[in-house]
Design a protein around this ligand. Structure first.
Ligand code: HEM
Length: 511
């Protein structure tokens, strides 16, 4: 009994007692041929070679040989569960997203997947890394995916940097080892990363539990009301604040857990939900008008910056609760395909170039990782969808729209939703000559928010010391010139911080 409490064994043992199985079917080959003993195989004589005609054995081996699919190129290690979103405050003054408007108490089913970023599928849950926090809402008007992190900013703002940045956080092409020099070489030559580096090397880089961390859109999105006559919109950032509070690990605690149980956060999530402790997050939106954006101190399309809450207060609107474990990890979590391009009427991407690039990258990788009909995998299928122009392809398993015409036929008219215009304001007028663009040089503006974070750490007992020790332990593995450039970066955040990092790192180098 999953709700009985008391002494608990490992997750798999409980899964056996609490999980549903098909009722006692007869064992067969995949083609349905009943088999009396799965251990037997056919051979020539009593000791001779095996016979090709033994389909049962070949069926087993051939399927086993094909079990692995490509792991996610980033965010490969993950854990997740189902749940629901509950609307607590109607947002119809700023958006027409169905899930966010109407009666308070309205519920939308969802799936969440948490992940680390850099490690492989079997890597440790306690690695120092941002955590991915993806949620797929199965709304009345399609899937809306929040492909968020547990940090409000990111390392970069120019999307061309993403592949090379990720390479420096993964393995060296020659040694196949993690490479501290490449890691800090990238960061210290792209100092717009300082804000995210400050977060990552604080103890927030090692959460104690997936249930005890916040989630952030990071990017600016647009909330729209396409049916409104004036076509106005607002810029928004979404926050998910853990109702369990925030709990982090120190570096030694993380290392100890890693040695004892590299899956500790996966286990913590599964077991909490299994015993009926359903984690929840209160969701908030920060709202900015285009006119405010024009005057804002930072570029709203710059992913390395937050919007100060004193200027753009958090407005609550709902709650995300995780309340049900999956039955099958591979089917429901590994095959889940989250994409920032999965949006619904009432929300649109902003012009943030990193977000714009992500609109392409996720569905593209899904076609590679899961196949072109990945949307037919049950966990990815929206509540309602009908597009008879999208046909055929490998592994088409949902009936392929039957005899429906595969073009816009005058004999079988399609039904369309009432027309909605695209929001259009002066702020959205992008007409002009095409240009080659990057955000440009790192300036003092880029160090203001990291400096604030350093001050915040100063108000939390021991956190500045932990930060210095977390950085120096890692940075001491990098080459001399890279170490020096990194000291310069931290000095631009705060002189004292730069000095402390240098002292601690050089001491660690001396060893
Ligand atoms: C996963 C690309 C930036 C959050 C992924 C995946 C790719 C990718 C290819 C694997 C998806 C899959 O196999 O299903 C990119 C690119 C980026 C970028 C090209 C920038 C140009 C970001 C940012 C965030 C983010 C800024 C957070 C604000 C995530 C999360 C996942 C993910 C949470 C895991 C999704 C899951 O749980 O399945 N990314 N990413 N990424 N990314 Fe990004």
């Amino acid at each position: 009994d999953a709700s009985a409490g008391g002494e608990r064994g490992p997750a798999y043992a409980r899964a056996q007692s609490t999980y549903q199985y098909d009722s006692q079917p007869v064992y067969t080959t995949t083609s349905g041929h009943p088999i009396d003993d799965p251990k037997k195989y056919q051979r020539a004589g009593a000791q001779g070679p095996l016979l090709l005609q033994d389909f049962h054995l070949i069926d087993l081996l051939a399927n086993f040989d094909r079990e692995r699919i490509p792991e996610r190129v980033v965010h490969a290690k993950g854990a997740g569960a189902y749940g629901e979103f509950e609307l607590t405050h109607d947002l119809s003054d700023i958006t027409s997203v169905a899930m966010l408007t109407g009666a308070v108490g309205k519920k939308t089913p969802l799936l969440t997947r948490f992940s680390t970023v850099g490690g492989e599928k079997g890597s440790s849950d306690t690695a120092r890394d941002p955590r991915g926090f993806s949620t797929k809402f199965y709304t009345e008007e399609g899937n809306w995916d929040w492909v968020f992190n547990n940090t409000p900013v990111f390392f970069l703002r120019d999307p061309t940097n993403f592949p090379t940045f990720i390479h420096t956080q993964k393995r060296n092409p020659q040694t196949n080892l993690k490479d501290a020099t490449a890691f800090w070489d990238y960061l210290s030559t792209h100092q717009e990363s300082a804000h995210q580096v400050m977060t990552l090397f604080s103890d927030r880089g090692t959460p104690a539990s997936l249930r005890k961390m916040h989630g952030y859109s990071g990017h600016t999105y647009k909330f729209t009301k396409p049916e409104s006559a004036d076509g106005s919109f607002v810029y928004v950032q979404i926050h998910m604040r853990s109702d369990q509070g925030v709990e982090t690990l120190t570096q030694p605690e993380a290392a100890e857990r890693d040695g004892a149980n590299p899956d500790s956060l996966t286990q913590d999530l599964f077991e909490a939900i299994d015993r009926g402790e359903h984690p929840s997050w209160t969701t908030y939106v920060q709202v900015m008008t285009p006119a405010q954006a024009e005057k804002f101190r930072y570029n709203v399309f710059d992913l390395t910056k937050v919007w100060p809450q004193s200027e753009f207060p958090l407005r609550p609107f709902g709650r995300v609760t995780l309340n049900r474990n999956v039955q099958n990890y591979f089917a429901e979590i590994e095959q889940a395909a989250f994409a920032p391009s999965n949006l619904v009427p009432g929300v649109e991407p902003s012009a943030d170039p990193v977000l714009q690039s992500r609109l392409f990258s996720y569905a593209d990788t899904h076609r590679h990782r899961l196949g072109s009909n990945f949307m037919q995998i049950p966990v990815n299928t929206p509540l309602h969808s009908f597009n008879p122009f999208v046909r055929d392809g490998l592994m088409n398993v949902n009936g392929n729209h039957g005899a429906n015409p595969n073009y816009e036929s005058s004999y079988r008219q399609l039904t369309f939703k009432a027309k909605r215009g695209l929001p259009k304001t002066a702020h959205d007028d992008w007409v002009g000559e095409s240009s080659w663009s990057v955000f440009g040089d790192v300036t003092d503006l880029d160090f203001e928010q990291p400096r604030k974070l350093w001050e915040v750490l100063g108000r939390q007992k021991g956190q500045q010391d932990n930060f210095v020790s977390n950085v120096s332990g890692h940075l001491s593995g990098a080459r001399k010139e890279t170490r020096q450039r990194t000291y310069d970066m931290f000095t631009r955040v705060d002189k004292d911080l730069g000095r402390r990092i240098k002292e601690a790192t050089e001491k660690a180098v001396q060893g």
